[in-house]
Design a protein around this ligand. Sequence first.
Ligand SMILES: Cc1cc2nc3c(=O)[nH]c(=O)nc-3n(C[C@H](O)[C@H](O)[C@H](O)COP(=O)(O)O)c2cc1C
Length: 207
Amino acid sequence: MRFYTTDTNEHGLPHDPFKAIVAPRPIGWISTRSKEGTVNLAPYSFFNAISDRPKLVMFSSAGMKDSASLAIESGEFVVNLATGPLAEHVNRTSAPAPLGTSEFSFSGLTEAPCRLVSAPRVAESPAALECRVTEWFQPKGLDGTASQNTVVIGQVVAIHIDDSILVDGMIDMGRAQPLSRLGYLDYAVTDSVFQMHRPRMPDASDV
Ligand SMILES: Cc1cc2nc3c(=O)[nH]c(=O)nc-3n(C[C@H](O)[C@H](O)[C@H](O)COP(=O)(O)O)c2cc1C
C-alpha cells in the first residue's frame, strides 16, 4: 500500500493520482449569459449536488474562469446533463474560447431558452437545471490560505427533463447515459446499474 502526505505531495507516480481517487465525478456542463448577452458554455467536473432541500448544486473554477465570473455577475447559471453521446461536444466546449465567442456555435450545439433564468440550455442535452447563485467563495486550506479555486453555489429553481430518458416516470440511466470524469484523460459512461435496499438495524429481539 502506497502512502504519502500532501504537504510534499511526493507520490512517486508519473501523474498526481488525487482526481483519479475522487472518481467518477459528474460533469456539470455550465451555461451562462453575460449582462451584454454573451453566451458561454463549459464543462466542470468539480461539480456536485450538495443539498436536497433547498436543491443546491456547486461547481468549482480553478481561477476565475468565464463560467464563474458570468454566473457571479448575472446571478444565474444552467447545468446541462453531459452524456456519452455528447462527449465530443462536451470536450469541445472546454476549449479556451475568448470571452464573446459562444461555445454553442463553436461546438455545433443549439441554444434552447430557459424559463426562469436568462442563460440558454443545451437543446441536445436531455436534462437541465436552471440555477440562481446563492453564494460564492474561495475555500480555505488548513493554514487559512485561500484556494485558487472559486466555488459557485446555486439553487436549482427549475428543471427540464426530456421524455426520451424517462421509463415508468423515472430517469433511466441506460437512456440518459450520463458522462463522468475519471482521472487523467479518462471518462466513463454509466451503462451498468444495479439496485440495493438500505439495511435496517435488526430489532433487539433479532439479536
Ligand atoms: C470534462 C472536463 C471537466 C472540467 N472540469 C473543470 C473544473 O472542474 N474546474 C475548472 O476550473 N476547469 C475544468 N475544466 C476545464 C474548463 O472546462 C476549461 O478551462 C474551460 O475553457 C473553461 O471555460 P470558461 O472560461 O468559459 O468557463 C474541465 C474540462 C473538461 C474537459
